[in-house]
Write a protein that binds this ligand. Structure first.
Ligand code: UDX
Length: 451
């Protein structure tokens, strides 16, 4: 089918490539000419595993093109995807100006009949607004608005788009459902589950999923705070919980909290929507508060261990909001860096791919070219993001480079025995610090492991 995709961000560009792989003719468009230029040259403007290769292949196939001017493409399009940004306003409400502007452009240049697919995460009720805009701008246009929220995760975006665990379509007429069944036919034939609902339920379901996943993480992080005080181990506690099929293990890892461009903004947007509808969804506020506390808890433990932070040098491994991405938006690791810098510390960060973005976001951070350089002369090392490459670190070498051998594991990535063997005082998330038996000093009452 002939499709036009508005927005070439993490969702939009991956959608363009996935639709093209499945045989559709796709024109991707964006208001940012520089991004379009890069993408046309086969270079995504952000890092996503497998995307660059797949983009180049599809550009060569000839089914996928990009433009800053979608007018021509809209004239023959059957389906339009809205994948533009919905950033938060100061009060948490989603800013839908780009969605409205896209609807206006579609109205002006579509020949119809056309299906307008809302893929950006938007508050329930947005499709009604899109419909209103389309009919006001073009009373003669035959169109259908459907909701088709995207569940892909950064870092595994291509795989999630090609092999999703479900496809959700909200529509209000048989024609809308039929168009989307045709479009997703290659996925449906592969056995992917299609869930069809009314439009508002589909819109709301996306917020409900993200908020619930954030809630699971915050539950684990609240447990971590209790375990640290009680002398229990949050890894053991969540292992027991995860063994119950009704709970499951996913998104139950305690750490420095969730970040990225979805959970934090969707959570506040969902609460804002609930409020507007007259329901005080206080639970969501708590989820956000516990997430902030996860960062503050590490900063407090660092201060406890190092005493004054002025003149202290802190190595921070991992700066992106999660592994396999160069995205630092709402990164908990950077939030921690900011907090430590405010308290007077010097933070030297290392990240396999997010260093440039981190420096742009937080210019006060020093950037090292490898983990060992970051650790040189550091008074402690903090793991902020669990990149796979950190699992093969030479911990003894890392320890030998530090001024004080203290390691804060903000993602519970390491094994306690490994750390003790390397000579580190190991401070996991959600349990008490462990020191090599022969060493005194830090939290001596918490000795419980031998070298
Ligand atoms: C999320 C949703 O998973 C996806 O379905 C939606 O479309 C967009 O938002 P994403 O933001 O890419 O995807 O990342 P995700 O893998 O969900 O992780 C979000 C954050 O939670 C990361 O900062 C991650 O480090 C953190 N996290 C995840 C935890 O702190 N603990 C966990 O157990 C799991």
């Amino acid at each position: 089918m002939k499709t036009v995709v508005f927005g070439t961000g993490h969702v939009g560009l991956v959608t363009c490539v996935a639709l093209s792989i499945k045989g559709h003719t796709v024109v991707g468009t964006d208001v940012d000419a520089e991004k379009i230029e890069m993408i046309r040259g086969g270079q995504p403007w952000f890092f996503e595993p497998g995307l660059e290769e797949a983009l180049r292949e599809q550009l060569d196939e000839g089914r996928l093109t990009f433009t800053v001017d979608p007018r021509d493409a809209l004239g023959s399009a059957q389906v339009v995807f809205i994948c533009v940004g919905t950033p938060p306003r100061a009060d948490g409400e989603a800013n839908l100006i780009a969605v409205e502007e896209t609807a206006r452009i579609v109205a002006r240049h579509a020949a119809g009949p056309i299906t307008v697919v809302e893929k950006s995460t938007v508050p329930a009720g947005t499709a009604e607004r899109v419909k209103m805009t389309l009919s006001r701008e073009r009373p003669d246009l035959t169109f259908e608005v459907v909701s088709n929220p995207e569940f892909l995760r950064e870092g595994s975006g291509m795989e999630d788009a090609l092999f999703p665990d479900r496809i959700l379509v909200g529509a209000e007429s048989g024609r809308g459902f039929q168009t989307m069944r045709r479009l997703y036919d290659p996925w449906i034939r592969d056995g992917v589950r299609l869930i069809e609902t009314d439009i508002v339920s589909a819109e709301l379901a996306k917020h409900a999923c993200n908020a619930f996943l954030a809630l699971k993480i915050s539950y684990a992080n609240a447990l971590a705070r209790i375990c640290e005080r009680a002398g229990a181990n949050v890894r053991d506690v969540t292992t027991v919980m995860a063994a119950d099929d009704r709970i499951g293990s996913a998104f139950l890892n305690a750490g420095i909290g969730y970040g990225g461009y979805c959970f934090p903004k969707d959570l506040v947007a969902f609460e804002y929507l609930a409020n507007r509808l007259g329901y005080d969804f206080g639970l969501l506020r708590e989820v956000g508060k516990i997430n902030d506390e996860a960062v503050e808890a590490v900063a407090e433990r660092v201060q406890e261990a190092l005493w004054n932070l002025e003149d202290k040098r802190i190595a921070l491994l991992g700066l992106s909001f999660k592994p396999e991405t160069d995205d630092v938006r709402f990164s908990p690791s950077l939030a921690l860096a900011r907090l430590l810098i405010e308290k007077g510390a010097t933070v030297v960060g290392y990240d396999p791919s997010a260093s440039a973005n981190a420096r742009a976001e937080l210019p006060q951070i020093e950037i090292a070219s490898d983990p060992y350089e970051a650790a040189r002369g550091a008074h402690c090392v903090i793991l902020g993001t669990e990149w796979k490459e950190f699992s093969t670190l030479d911990l003894s070498r890392l320890r030998a480079l530090t001024a004080y051998p203290v390691f804060f594991d903000g993602r519970n990535m390491f094994d306690e025995k490994q750390m003790i063997r390397a000579g580190f005082t190991y401070v996991p998330t959600g349990s008490r610090p462990v020191e090599p038996a022969r060493r005194g000093g830090l939290n001596a009452s918490a000795h419980r492991a031998s070298a």
